[in-house]
Design a protein around this ligand. Sequence first.
Ligand code: SF4
Length: 511
Amino acid sequence: ASDSVKIIEELEVRIKEFNLQEEVKVVKTGCFGLCAEGPIMVVYPEGAMYTMVKVEDVKEIVEEHLLKGRIVKRLLQGAKAEEDASIEKSDFFKKQMRVALRNCGVINPENIDEYIAFDGYKALAKVLTEMKPEEVIETIKKSNLRGRGGGGFPTGLKWEFAARQESDQKYVCCNADEGDPGAFMDRSILEGDPHSVIEAMAIAGYAIGANQGYIYVRAEYPIAVNRLNIAIKAAKEYGLLGKNIFGTGFDFDLEIRLGAGAFVCGEETALMTSIEGNRGEPRPRPPFPAVKGLWGKPTILNNVETYANIPQIILKGPEWFNSIGTEKSKGTKVFAIGGKINNTGLVEIPMGTTLREVVYEIGGGIPGGKKFKAAQTGGPSGGCIPAEHIDAPIDYDSLIQLGSMMGSGGLIVMDEDTCMVDIAKFFLEFTVDESCGKCPPCRIGTKRMYEILERIIDGKGEEEDIEKLEVLAKNIKASALCGLGQTAPNPVLSTLRYFRDEYIAHVRDKK
Ligand code: SF4
């Protein structure tokens, strides 16, 4: 969309023109994260990051930088001085820590050799040749890695439950059905570093005793699906998937299943029902998937970002992972930042980083110098964090205390002009649309909530409508069958908690 392909073509032409083809290689990578300033080009070994590059800039970059070693400062992101030209020193990256995104924007995701050159499949080799399955599970448990898909359940514990089950068949699944409005973390990992997920799933298979895996990915992510297909094929050719991996006798195969775009299919039991070939509707838990999952067999399901952390934990050890983050939330978290913020894009921060650092230092503040009003985390299942809590550390527990949730990592920033009742309506409209209809609290209740909200926003509401909305929201939370319905009222409840005055203003002023 931003002419990146033409930029690559122009680079090839100019590199040839200046006879640099022996020394300079152009590598097409995945996303760097700084969406607001694309297309991005990084020149190594300096690591100088050029942003908003145009086809017409290419000649100057080749002539000045590649030929004469002079950095083109006007295209540089953040860093001012020449010695500060590396990506790490740029405004956008200096507070970030890239674990799950370590290879995104660095390697060519369509070339398995590049992944291997960056220690790819080394963790799988270590696990298969040096560790027993119990030791792998112990390592993941000790790392305190929690699920990055939203719930934050300890990953090692989940693996242990599945490993303990006696069964002739077990499965490993990956949830890549990212559906939150404004979220694109999983897509970017799959597009930028698909092998990290494949490697982690094979490790999980070994740990729990499974030899078949499925990646459930949205059909609306064609680049991710294409790169996954290329990666799976290459891994099979290299003997890293399939029969007798590394000659150890361990077999593991992987297949992709495409989701048709239903938000509810991101819910674990609905996802499995969909993989089985049925309409993607949730089923009651217990039994939990670790006991009775796909086709009634023990199954583990983790999200893309959770898997992307696994090879690093195996290679660097659980102590290293524990050294990052807060007491109960270890490691890093990837967020897709959008809304009223200058640097929209994808960031990975150590847990415990404050919202202020994300918005003002990494995100570059609010456009037009406007005031920060709130940020929505967790998409339609989450809630808002108002300005008074901007210094709260971002981790699982503090977000829940604030009435929001980590969710999968969508973070939408709102400025002083945003109507919070409108925001609640926007998210509720999404969940009403996406409700699968299986249980009445969600199918009927969220619709009634939406009608009340519409009334309030249209200036036809009464003060008692606000009370009704709150009672209904709490009842739906308590009685809906799956996570979609249980969390659907959250945006309304959290805006009522922090911005009740805006609801009251709508009903009193009738506007
Ligand atoms: Fe379906 Fe909503 Fe009930 Fe979940 S809570 S089963 S999405 S109707």
